[in-house]
Ligand binder design. Structure first.
Ligand code: HEM
Length: 457
């Protein structure tokens, strides 16, 4: 603690480890307790002081006005993430970030969404057509399969890339599981464990696959309007090094799969235990789509489904903890911070702040009815971050979620397997561990939603 450090200190720090034990034992509970201690609270991770920012307006200042000037990417847990994704878009510092974001923006442009929507549909049909009535599935596993397939079919469009993309698809999950261990157990990345050996092999194979794609694209004059064409443009194929392309490919596979699987699996779980909301989603799908396949134009009319997705993101934000570092001596909420200070903030804690959201633990999609949303709600609701580091895949991801739910819920009825209650499993994303659902074909669609018999709430 410096002499000028005026932020209140969280109680319960132990010698040597500080609050690391508390954070490891009950992360979400601890983050919510810290919220009650003030807008900025000091904890210790080992010997390192870290400031936890709890006030939505201060988080906004870090992410929007102060981004790249007073604050940048960095802080606790950042190095472990950077170890896997190198200088990818999400881990690059403000300087190199700007031109790279501009390079990649066209891949997620609105005009690409009609094409992407068709691929979302193909992938959702493919995954769900393998299901059988009465089958018990883990929504997270199924939705991860879907999300990985989506990225393969939207970001890598040259038919010749297929084999290389399959190698990346196969290996990234292995790399992620090792990374999760590295984040939980400091120093574990240096041990020759079976998991680390698998990690090394997976990283090597992924690298070879990406390098193969890069070399092929370098000799291919076709613009496929995909991630690879943005990174290896036909008119300037050596715009980026093989390492830079590799870092971006891994970044997108990670950023676009775990998050989507987490959002969709929590949403399916929430609907399965809230029959009235479930019933409204089904009725809306019947009314808007009838028997037609879902199109991009339909998505804005599926208003209740959008609210359900927002409420799922509020209660279970896939990205539950984020960090930053101060670039210069500055202050937050009147508390001085030296240059190089680590900062943490939690979308989970912000989304459940009773001072912002009434009855924050309650699943209430209607709190997202347009005229009920106030400025304080928008400020505190940051599932995709904010400012120039806001998720580049936000609109893509929301459309992907709507299409997946539309395809699945029109054909299938999802109910929880008795005796299973999901618990949040905290890795890079927060996923519902232990969630299992039973799938049944939807009976013929009834004319009136009220007539449908659903499980008790
Ligand atoms: C429910 C889905 C998603 C959630 C909740 C989510 C969440 C986030 C959050 C919170 C950030 C900001 C991190 C920070 O400020 O430090 C972020 C950034 C990012 N996301 Fe997403 N994301 C989702 C879907 C996607 C998809 C589908 C993709 C790509 C296909 C993607 C790719 C990225 C990338 C590349 C960044 C870094 C952006 C930058 O720094 O310019 N995300 N995401």
């Amino acid at each position: 603690m410096t002499k000028t450090d005026t932020a209140p200190s969280a109680p319960g720090a132990l010698p040597l480890i500080g609050h690391a034990g508390r954070l490891a034992r009950d992360r979400l509970g601890f983050l919510e307790e810290l919220r009650a201690l003030g807008p900025v609270v000091r904890i210790r991770l080992g010997r390192t002081p870290v400031h936890v920012v709890n006030a939505p307006e201060l988080v906004q200042r870090m992410l929007v006005a102060g981004n790249g000037v007073e604050f940048d990417k960095g802080g606790p847990f950042f190095d472990q993430a950077a170890q896997l994704v190198g200088d990818g878009l999400s881990t690059s510092l403000a300087g190199p970030h700007r031109p790279m974001r501009a390079t990649l923006r066209p891949v997620f442009a609105r005009r690409r969404l009609p094409h992407h929507t068709e691929r979302f549909q193909d992938c959702a049909l493919e995954v769900s057509s393998a299901w059988r009535p009465g089958q018990v599935v883990e929504p997270y596993t199924e939705m991860k399969r879907f999300a990985v397939a989506v990225l393969a079919r939207t970001l890598f469009l040259a038919p010749e890339d297929r084999q290389a993309v399959e190698a990346v698809q196969r290996n990234v999950p292995l790399m992620l599981s090792a990374l999760a261990t590295h984040m939980m157990v400091p120093g574990s990345n240096r041990l020759p464990t079976p998991e680390n050996l698998r990690y090394a092999r997976a990283a090597r194979e992924t690298r070879e696959a990406v390098d193969t794609m890069v070399r092929r694209r370098m000799s291919d004059p076709t613009d496929h309007h995909d991630l690879m064409s943005a990174l290896v443009p036909p008119d300037c194929p050596d715009a980026h090094t093989e390492q830079e392309v590799f870092d971006q490919v891994i970044t997108f596979f990670i950023g676009g799969t775990e998050t989507m699987a987490s959002l969709l699996s929590w949403t399916l779980h929430l609907l399965s235990v809230h029959p009235r909301a479930y019933e409204r989603v089904e009725a809306e799908l019947d009314e808007v789509l009838g028997d037609r396949p879902v199109t991009l134009q339909d998505l804005s009319r599926l208003t209740f489904m959008k609210r359900v997705i927002n409420e799922s993101l509020r209660l279970h934000p896939p990205v539950w903890l984020l960090s930053r570092v101060t670039l210069v001596d500055t202050e937050l909420g009147g508390h001085p911070l030296p240059a190089g200070a680590g900062l943490l903030f939690s979308p989970y804690a912000l989304h459940r702040d009773p001072a912002v959201f009434a009855e924050p633990e309650r699943f209430d999609p209607d709190r997202w009815i347009e005229n009920r949303i106030e400025r304080r709600h928008r400020e505190a609701f940051i599932p995709f971050g904010a400012g120039t580091r806001r998720c580049i895949g936000d609109a893509f991801g929301l459309a992907e979620a709507q299409v997946a739910l539309a395809v699945i819920l029109r054909r299938w009825r999802v109910r929880p397997q008795p005796g299973t209650t999901p618990e949040p499993l905290l890795r890079m994303t927060m996923r519902p561990q232990g969630a299992r659902v039973i799938l049944d074909h939807r009976p013929d669609r009834a004319p009136s939603a009220e007539a449908r018999v659903l499980p008790r709430e």
